[in-house]
Design a protein around this ligand. Structure first.
Ligand code: PHE
Length: 345
């Protein structure tokens, strides 16, 4: 009986020593068989009870020899296999193959248009002021001289935050005027690009979210002529040196006098005909001299200072610039649409 077990063990040791696992799968079966929790040596070591005393020491040594042989074999095969894998990977690496291209995104046409406008004004000394989209009633309306009973304040026109009568999504970029004038001293010369919200029915021509660039210039002796010249400069940079502008009298609670500015694009192309509804004129902004009341609301002495302000819509200019038919495509995030625009600027 005892010799039988010794023979069995010796056979196993031979097996271990001659084993040649050729890949990681074979190696794993080898590990399970000789080193795993249910390895075949375990039941054999239990047989020590049946070994006569004088042979137990030899038996123990043989069991240990088997274990060690299995461990050594396992480690050496493991090392050999992993270096073979490295070599194989290295031999497959083709250093002459062209690299994987990194896909570049593209800028959104609204951002491109906005950046163009910003650059035009930066050239004549305006600096960018960015502010929050969630505003309070005071900055959006009260400071801007918009009376309590003004229709713009109606829930129908303005998105108020849930359960709030004072916090809202700004309806124009004009509250940035109030933010800047209450925190900086004149001379002030800023432009404020950003997103605005109005509760309007979504169609090809209007949307409940859109973008504006606000402008504000406050200093001593700022005149209406300064404003007109600044806006003419802008129109020429944006639409070409031959563009004509016209100012039509208008009304805004925060400017006096107020005007709206149109640029003349003509009706030569079908897109300009459509965009200008057949008139050739495209309305792009509202403007005017900052109402003295607004200066006072913001702590600026209206006897000493005057200013002009303007607010322009971006979407319509982007439609023209990039020949886009429907305002809704700006907000649909359709990759096929967005991919068409340049990734620079
Ligand atoms: N805030 C006005 C609007 O959204 C535009 C405007 C800005 C008019 C500044 C005058 C001065 O229509």
């Amino acid at each position: 009986m005892a010799t039988e077990i010794f023979d069995k063990l010796n056979v196993i040791i031979d097996e271990i020593e001659s084993a040649q696992p050729a890949n990681s799968q074979d190696l794993e079966s080898f590990r399970i068989k000789y080193l795993g929790t249910k390895n075949i040596l375990k039941p054999l070591s239990g047989e020590i009870r049946n070994i006569p005393n004088e042979k137990r020491r030899d038996f123990g040594l043989l069991i240990n020899k088997a274990k060690q042989a299995a461990e050594q074999k396992f480690e050496s095969i493991k090392v050999a296999l992993s270096s073979a894998q490295d070599e194989e990977a290295a031999s497959k690496l083709d250093l002459t193959a062209p690299g994987e291209p990194v896909e570049l995104g593209s800028r959104h046409p609204i951002a491109l248009t906005m950046n163009r406008i910003i650059k035009i004004f930066e050239r004549i000394g305006f600096v960018v002021a960015e502010e929050r989209e969630i505003e309070d009633d005071w900055h959006n309306f009260t400071a801007m001289n918009t009376p309590e009973d003004h229709p713009a304040r109606d829930m129908q026109d303005t998105f108020y935050l849930k359960d709030s009568t004072t916090m809202l999504l700004r309806t124009h970029t004009s509250p940035v005027q109030a933010r800047v004038m209450t925190s900086q001293k004149p001379p002030i010369r800023i432009i404020a690009p950003g997103r605005v919200y109005r509760n309007e029915t979504v169609s090809a021509r209007s949307h409940c979210q859109f973008h504006q660039v606000e402008g504000l210039y406050v200093d001593k002796n700022v005149s209406f002529a300064d404003m007109k010249q600044t806006l003419l400069y802008f129109a020429r940079e944006m639409f070409g040196p031959d563009v004509k502008i016209r100012l039509r009298p208008s009304f805004f609670p925060f400017t006096e006098p107020s005007a709206e500015m149109d640029v003349y694009l003509g009706t030569a192309t079908e897109k300009d005909y459509r965009l200008t509804k057949g008139t050739g004129w495209l309305e792009i902004l509202g403007c005017g001299m900052v109402d003295p009341k607004v200066l006072e609301n913001c702590g600026i002495d209206s006897d000493e200072y005057t200013g002009f302000a303007f607010g322009m819509g971006i979407e319509r200019q982007a439609l023209r610039l990039y020949d886009i038919a429907d305002i809704r495509s700006f907000f649909e995030n359709d990759i096929r649409f967005l991919k068409q625009f340049s990734s620079v600027m």
